[in-house]
Design a binder for this molecule. Structure first.
Ligand SMILES: [Zn+2]
Length: 292
C-alpha cells in the first residue's frame, strides 16, 4: 500500500456536511480499528497538537454499506510511515502530508480506489461551530476587557488590543454550545507588564465588561467566514476565522468550523474563575453560546 503524498482536501471549513471521495489508503491500527484516508472529505478531525475542536461524528458509505466513523484524527506522513493522531511535527510542516484519518471499527469490504460518500452529523457540527465562533468572540472581548491591566506594550490582537489570549492561553476546548479556555498568568506575563493582582479582585467587573462587548457584537449580526491561505484546500494549509466586527474585519488563525453569521446566535456569555497554582494565577473562562 502506498502512502498519500499530498494533504487531504478538506471541505468542512466551508461548512460542508457531505462529500464524496476516493479511498487512498487503509491503515490497520494496533487496537483493531482501521484508519481510512480519502482524497477529499467534509469530516473535521481532531488535531492532537492543539486539540481544541473535537472530531465530527458521522458515517462513510461505500458499495451500499455504511461504516460508522468512531473517531477522526489528523494523520501525518513523510512517505515512510503514517502517524495516526500522534504526528511528530506541527500540522502544516513542509515535507509532510497531512491527512484526515476516519477511524472505523471494521473496514471489511473497503478497498483502495473505492468511491466513498461522507456524511457528518449536522446537529453536533452546528453545536460545535456555535461553540467555536463564541470562543473566538469571547477571546477578543476578554482582550478588550483586560486592556487596562497592561502597563507595557505587548503584541496586539486584530482589533489592536493587547493580546492577553495569545500570550496567556494554555488550553482551549470547544464544546457543543460553548468552550472552556484556560490561561496562566505567571512570572513571564507579569514581567511583560500584566497586573495579575488586579485580575482576581476585579473578576466581576471584567465579566460584566466581556458580556457587554459580546452582546453588542451578537446584536450586530456580523458575517463570519473561513479564509483559506492562497485558496488552498489542503488540511495542513493555513486558514483564518474572519468576523466583520464594528471597527472592521478581524482574523484569527483557525483550523475549526464556524457559524456563517453572528445572527445565528441569540447570545454569548462568559463565566470567569481564577485560582492560584504554583505561584501563578490560572484563569478559566467558560463561554456559553445560545443559538438563535
Ligand atoms: Zn479556532
Amino acid at each position: 500500500m502506498t502512502l498519500p503524498s499530498t494533504d487531504t482536501a478538506v471541505t468542512y471549513p466551508d461548512g460542508d456536511l457531505t462529500s464524496t471521495g476516493t479511498v487512498l489508503h487503509l491503515e490497520p491500527l494496533a487496537d483493531g480499528r482501521t484508519a481510512v484516508v480519502l482524497d477529499r472529505t467534509a469530516f473535521h478531525p481532531v488535531d492532537a497538537v492543539w486539540p481544541d475542536q473535537p472530531a465530527d461524528e458521522g458515517t462513510l458509505t461505500a458499495g451500499g454499506r455504511s461504516y460508522a466513523v468512531v473517531d477522526a484524527v489528523v494523520g501525518a506522513t513523510d512517505g515512510t510511515v503514517l502517524h495516526v493522531g500522534d504526528a511528530p511535527v506541527r500540522t502544516g510542516t513542509k515535507g509532510w502530508a497531512f491527512v484526515v484519518c476516519h477511524l472505523v471499527d471494521d473496514a471489511t469490504g473497503l478497498a483502495e480506489g473505492d468511491a466513498v460518500a461522507v456524511s457528518v452529523d449536522a446537529a453536533r457540527r452546528r453545536a460545535l461551530s456555535a461553540g467555536h465562533t463564541a470562543c473566538h468572540l469571547a477571546s477578543l472581548a476578554l482582550n478588550e476587557a483586560l486592556s487596562g491591566l497592561w502597563t507595557k506594550d505587548v503584541v496586539v490582537d486584530g482589533r489592536g488590543r493587547p493580546n492577553f489570549d495569545q500570550l496567556a492561553i494554555t488550553s482551549s476546548r470547544i464544546l457543543e454550545g460553548g468552550s472552556v479556555d484556560e490561561y496562566r498568568i505567571g512570572k513571564s506575563l507579569r514581567k511583560k507588564g500584566f497586573a495579575a493582582a488586579e485580575l482576581a479582585t476585579g473578576l466581576e467587573g471584567i465579566t460584566t465588561a466581556v458580556d457587554r462587548v459580546l452582546a453588542d457584537w451578537v446584536a450586530r449580526a456580523a458575517p463570519v467566514s473561513i479564509v483559506r491561505d492562497g485558496g488552498r484546500l489542503g488540511l495542513g494549509d493555513r486558514r483564518y476565522w474572519r468576523a466583520s466586527l464594528p471597527e472592521g474585519a478581524v482574523e484569527i488563525p483557525c483550523g475549526g468550523t464556524h457559524l456563517r453569521s453572528l445572527a445565528e446566535l441569540a447570545g454569548v456569555e462568559v463565566r470567569l474563575e481564577s485560582t492560584e497554582a504554583d505561584g501563578a494565577v490560572v484563569l478559566t473562562m467558560r463561554t456559553t453560546a445560545r443559538v438563535a
